[in-house]
Design a protein around this ligand. Structure first.
Ligand code: TPP
Ligand code: MG
Length: 616
C-alpha cells in the first residue's frame, strides 16, 4: 500500500480538499475555505497545513471567532447546505468563542466543521496557557463544551484516528437528517505528529445529497388523511429550501388550491404574491394565515421543526385539527401528535400531488383564504408606508429596504424586533431573498451573517437589517467585509436599547428596567449616543446617518452604487411594532408579585395556558 507521511493537521486539511459536491452537474469543492484566527494551539500545526494548500483552500482571517463562524453558517444556509466552510481557533478562549456559533448551527441544522485547537494530549506542559483545569476529570477540556452543540464530536488523540473519524465527520455534514455542526478537537501536539497515511485515503470523494423516499404505507395513510380534509393549511418550513422542493411545493399547492403559511426558515418557499401564499404563520405571523390555522381541520407541515414561534406556542392551531408532518427526520415528524410522513420533500410532495387526483378542499375555504390574503396585503401596504415622521417605525424601514432591494437581493437578520416585522411584512420575490436566523435568534449574527451570505451569492446585494443592540454586540466583521471585498449594506435601526425586550417586559406588567438605555444604571448625563456611522467608517466602511425614510431611500441608492460595505443608520421608534396579525407567545409571568400589573399579566397568561393544554 502506498503511503504518504503527513502530520495529523496536514492530513485533515488534505482530506478536506479532496471532498467534492456535484451542483447542477458541476463538481465543486465541498469546503469553500477555512476561517481561521490563529493562536497557541493551532498556529504551528493547522496553520502550517493551511499555508501549504492556500491556493486550493483559502484561509480567511476574521476578527472574532464567533462572528467568523456566523459567516460560515450563513454561507451554507444560503446554499441550501450544499457547500460549507471550516472554522479553526486557538485552544481555550478562541475555541470557546465558537461554542455559541456551534449552537446556532445545531439549532438551524446547518453544516459547519469546527476545528478547535485543544490542550496537549501528552499533558506535558500541564497546565498549559489557556487550559481550563478540571479538578476531578482530567479527560475534560474546555472543548467538551462543544459536545451538546455538535452533531458529531471527536477528539483526535492519535494521528491514525483520522482514518475512521474524518469519514464519519463528512457523513454527518452531508446527511440530510443528521446534518449540523461537527467538532474535531485537535490537541496541538497531535496536530504536529506524523503518520504514514494510505494514499487512497485522500482520493477525491464526491458527495451526493441522499434523497429518502417515503414509506409506502405511511404515504397511503397520509393520502387517506388528506382526502378526508375540507379545510387544509400547508405550513412551509426551512426543509422546503434544503430539499430544493420549492417547485414541487408550488405544483402541489397550485393544483389543489391549498393555502400556505411560511415559517421564518420557510419564507421564500413561494413568492410573496403567489395566489396560495397566505403570508407567514405563528407568533409573528400574518392575520390571514393565523386565522386559517385556527379554523383548519388539517395542517400539512412540510420541513418544519414546529417550534413555538411557528405554532403560536401550541395555542394557535385549531385543537381539533389533525397534523400531518412531512419531514426527512422522524425526530421532527412526530411532534405535536402529528401523523408522520418521513421522507424528502422533493420526492414526497410530487407523490401526494399524483395520488390525491380528484380531491379538493371546500370551495368556501378556498374563497375565504383568498379574501383573507387580499386583506393582509392591504395591511402590509399600510404598515410599510412612510408616514413622513422623523422617528420611523421598524415597519416603515422594512418597507423602504424592501423597495430598494432588487429581484435577486437578500435581506439578512436574526434578533430583536426586526425578525417579527420582517416575517410579517417583507415581500420575498427571490426564493433565497429572505435570510433569517431565527432558530437560535443570536444577537450578533447579522453583520457577519451578511458577509457569509455575500460569499455565497456575490451577485446579490445583501441588506443586513440590525438593531443598535445587536450591532454593539458584534460588529467586527464589517472590517472583514472590507478587507475581503464582500460588500454588505447594513441598515442600523437605533432605538437606543433592547426595544423588543422592553416591550415584552411591559406586556409582563413590569416597568421599563435595564433594556432601553434611558432605563439603565448610568452615570449622570446618561448613556452615550453611539455614532454608528462614525463607528462603521472607523472599520473601513462607507457610512451615513439619515433622518427619515425619504433620506433613507436616497442613501440606499448610494449604498447600492458603492463597491465597498456601506452602513446607513437612523433613529427609530422603539416603542411600537406592527399590531396586525401575530399570536400569543408563551413567556412565563411571575405567579406572585407586589405589582398589580404583573398579577394582571399573570391572569392573562393563565388564560392562554389553558388554551395551550388542548393542543399538546
Ligand atoms: C446573544 C444574545 N443575547 C441576548 C439575546 C436576547 N435578546 C433578544 S433581542 C434583544 C434586544 C435586541 O436589541 P436590538 O438589536 O437593539 O433590537 P431591538 O429589540 O431594539 O429591535 C435581546 C437582548 C439574544 N437573542 N441573543
Ligand atoms: Mg434597539
Amino acid at each position: 500500500m502506498k503511503t504518504v507521511r503527513l502530520t495529523m493537521a496536514q492530513a485533515v486539511i488534505r482530506y478536506l480538499t479532496a471532498q467534492k459536491v456535484e451542483i447542477d452537474g458541476e463538481l465543486e469543492p465541498m469546503f469553500a475555505g477555512c476561517w481561521a484566527i490563529f493562536g497557541h494551539g493551532n498556529v504551528a500545526g493547522l496553520g502550517e497545513a493551511l499555508y501549504q494548500v492556500r491556493d486550493q483552500l483559502p484561509t480567511w482571517r476574521a476578527h472574532n471567532e464567533q462572528a467568523m463562524s456566523h459567516a460560515a453558517i450563513a454561507y451554507t444556509k444560503t446554499l441550501d447546505r450544499r457547500r460549507m466552510m471550516a472554522c479553526t481557533a486557538s485552544a481555550g478562549p478562541g475555541s470557546t468563542n465558537m461554542v455559541t456559533a456551534a449552537a446556532v448551527a445545531h439549532v438551524n441544522r446547518l453544516p459547519v466543521l469546527f476545528l478547535p485547537g485543544d490542550t496537549f494530549a501528552t499533558r506535558m506542559p500541564d497546565p498549559v496557557l489557556q487550559q481550563v483545569e478540571n479538578f476531578h476529570d482530567h479527560t475534560l477540556t474546555s472543548n467538551d463544551c462543544f459536545r451538546p452543540v455538535s452533531r458529531f464530536f471527536d477528539r483526535i488523540t492519535r494521528p491514525e484516528q483520522l482514518l475512521t473519524s474524518l469519514p464519519q465527520a463528512m457523513r454527518v455534514l452531508t446527511d440530510p437528517v443528521e446534518c449540523g455542526p461537527v467538532t474535531l478537537a485537535l490537541p496541538q501536539d497531535v496536530q504536529t505528529m506524523a503518520f504514514d497515511y494510505p494514499e487512497h485515503f485522500f482520493d477525491e470523494r464526491i458527495h451526493h445529497p441522499r434523497r429518502q423516499a417515503a414509506d409506502r404505507d405511511e404515504l397511503s395513510r397520509a393520502i387517506e388523511l388528506i382526502s378526508t380534509a375540507r379545510k387544509p393549511l400547508v405550513v412551509a418550513g426551512g426543509g422546503v429550501h434544503y430539499a430544493q422542493a420549492r417547485e414541487a411545493l408550488d405544483a402541489l399547492v397550485s393544483r389543489y388550491q391549498l393555502p400556505v403559511g411560511e415559517t421564518q426558515a420557510g419564507k421564500g418557499a413561494l413568492p410573496w404574491d403567489h395566489a396560495q401564499n397566505m403570508g407567514s404563520i405563528g407568533v409573528t405571523g400574518a392575520e390571514s394565515t393565523n386565522t386559517l390555522a385556527a379554523e383548519a381541520d388539517l395542517i400539512i407541515a412540510v420541513g418544519t421543526r414546529l417550534g413555538d414561534f411557528a405554532s403560536g406556542s401550541r395555542a394557535m392551531i385549531n385543537p381539533e385539527a389533525r397534523i400531518l408532518s412531512i419531514n426527512v427526520a422522524s425526530f421532527d415528524a412526530i411532534k405535536h401528535k402529528s401523523q408522520p410522513l418521513v421522507g424528502d420533500a422533493l420526492l414526497t410532495l410530487p407523490e401526494l400531488e399524483r395520488c390525491l387526483s380528484d380531491w379538493r378542499p371546500d370551495s368556501a375555504w378556498i374563497d375565504r383564504a383568498d379574501e383573507l390574503r387580499r386583506q393582509w396585503h392591504r395591511s402590509v401596504d399600510v404598515a410599510t408606508t412612510d408616514r413622513g415622521t422623523n422617528l420611523p417605525t421598524d415597519a416603515e424601514v422594512v418597507g423602504a429596504v424592501n423597495r430598494a432591494a432588487g429581484e435577486q437581493d437578500i435581506v439578512v437578520c436574526a434578533a430583536g424586533g426586526l425578525p417579527g416585522e420582517l416575517q410579517k411584512l417583507w415581500r420575498t420575490r427571490y426564493a433565497k431573498g429572505y435570510h433569517m436566523e431565527y432558530g437560535y435568534s443570536c444577537m450578533g449574527y447579522e453583520l457577519a451573517g451578511g458577509v457569509g451570505t455575500k460569499m455565497a451569492k456575490p451577485d446579490s446585494e445583501v441588506f443586513v437589517m440590525v438593531g443598535d443592540g445587536s450591532y454593539l454586540m458584534l460588529n467586527s466583521e464589517i472590517a472583514t467585509s472590507v478587507m475581503l471585498g464582500h460588500k454588505i449594506i447594513a441598515v442600523v435601526l437605533d432605538n437606543r436599547g433592547y426595544g423588543c425586550i422592553h416591550r415584552l417586559q411591559q406586556m409582563c406588567g413590569e416597568p421599563g428596567f435595564n433594556n432601553m438605555l434611558d432605563d439603565c444604571l448610568t452615570v449622570e448625563g446618561g448613556a452615550p449616543k453611539t455614532d454608528f456611522a462614525a463607528h462603521a467608517a472607523a472599520l473601513g466602511a462607507r457610512s451615513e446617518k439619515v433622518g427619515n425614510i425619504q433620506e433613507l431611500e436616497a442613501a440606499l441608492e448610494r449604498a447600492k452604487a458603492s463597491s465597498i460595505s456601506y452602513v446607513v443608520t437612523l433613529d427609530t421608534d422603539g416603542l411600537v411594532d406592527t399590531e396586525e396579525g401575530g399570536s400569543w407567545w408563551d413567556v412565563a409571568v411571575p405567579e406572585v408579585s407586589v405589582r398589580s400589573e404583573v398579577e394582571e399579566a399573570r391572569r392573562r397568561y393563565d388564560e392562554h395556558k389553558a388554551r395551550q393544554g388542548k393542543n399538546l
